[in-house]
Each structure stands twice: as structure tokens, then as C-alpha cells.
Design a protein around this ligand. Sequence first.
Ligand code: GLU
Length: 257
Amino acid sequence: MKKLICLLISFLIIFTACGKKVEKNALEKIVDRDLLVVGIKSDSKPFCYKSRKTGDFEGFDIDVARYVAKDIIGNERKIKFVEVDPNNRIEAITSGDVDMVIATMTITPQRQYLVDFSIPYYIAGQTALVKEDSDIYTFADLRKKTTIVVLGTTAEQNIRKIIPTARLVGYKDYKTAFNAFLQGKGDAISTDDTLISGFMIDHKGYRMLKNKISQEPYGIGIKQYDDKKLKTTLDVIITRMKKDGTLNNLKHKWHLK
Ligand code: GLU
């Protein structure tokens, strides 16, 4: 009887050990797939947008994605870009639809509950855009005015906190938000200085407010994994991009300060 029990236990141990799949970490999955799946936006010039000329995605974030792909899988073209909005990009990460989001995404403590971030690769700041002849000069002037924001952004949260009396109109993405602004549906549009500068390249007759109400450190958003290997790798890559001048060159290339 004793022998039989021992035999059964041994079988059980072997069976369990064989059945247990060794879960690959996020980094291995990307390398094995030989393709990096990156969430980006298509309306956020000069960080990520679709070029009218070539139909390709271009911008600072796209260049960062190419650098990451080159580093992780040895080929900067092996990327599948998936379009996301500020409102669904966290879900795109947590559901595993994308390996990472590189899309002017600010690292915030609330978002860090849900996803992990690399160290920052760019620091933006929130400001607002008004018509050249507007009587709005500071954020305080936005009280009792209508301000356009994109839903799910830090801009929306910050304005709600800082100017609770401001009337906010929210849109799902930057394309519809800037179009609404052009059609006069708001007195101002508030977002990062980077995106406002991008808009001003193509549109004359507008003015950016001088003051910034926040710092917006952009990070690469990834799913939370226990081993943190992907995060560590991204941090090493960004540190190198800082040291070897890549990030500075990208700032010049995309006319950022
Ligand atoms: N950086 C801000 C944010 O992450 C605004 C720009 C954006 O939504 O991509 O909310």
C-alpha cells in the first residue's frame, strides 16, 4: 500500500511539472513574434500623425518606436502600428492588444495603478490655444469660457481641478477637437504645448497662452508584468537615447524646444 501511494505521488509530481507551461515574458514574446505592436495616434503632430504625402505614420513618437524596434528585434521596420485614442489607450495595453503605447502619454500616478511606464523620454507642459484677437491671456481668463479638451487626457483632469467653473466640451480625439475649435465651438482648446505647436504649423491666426499649468512627462506605457524585464529594457534604451544625443536630435528634427 505504502509503495502504491509513493508511486501515485511520484506520478502526480511528474504530471504537474510537465503540464505547467512556462509563461514567456513580454520581451521574449516580442522577440519570438519578430514584430513590435505599438499603439500610436494618427492626429498628434509632430509626435504621431499620418503623413498626407506618404500615408505613413511619422513623428517623434514614431521615431522612438523605430529605435525601440531596432534595439529589441534588430529591425526598425518590424512594427505594426495600431491607432489608439487617449480614451482607450490604457485598455489597449491591459488587454494585450499592443505591446506598448508610444503616444504623447503622460506618466501619472493614477495611470500607474493600471499600467507601467518607462522613464520619461520627453517633458511637455499643458497650455491652451486661442484666437489671435481673443481676450483670453491666462488660464484664469478661461473661467466662464468654453474650453475644448480631449476626453481621458490629463488636460481634461487638470482644467477640471484648477478651474472648476470652466465650461468644458470634450471630444474623443485631437482631429475632432481641433476641428471643433476651428468651427468656433469653444473659446480655447487646452492640451500639451507640443500638440498646440503642431497645430500652429498648419494654421495661422492663433495664439498659445504663455503659462503652462503642468509638466507632462511622456513615457512608454506597457502592461504590468511581475518580472519587469520589458520595463528595464525600455529604461536602458531611453537612457541610451538621452546619452547618445538621439532624443536631442529628434527634438531638432521635429522643431521642438
Ligand atoms: N499628454 C497628455 C495625456 O497623456 C495629453 C496628450 C495626449 O492625450 O496624448 O493625457
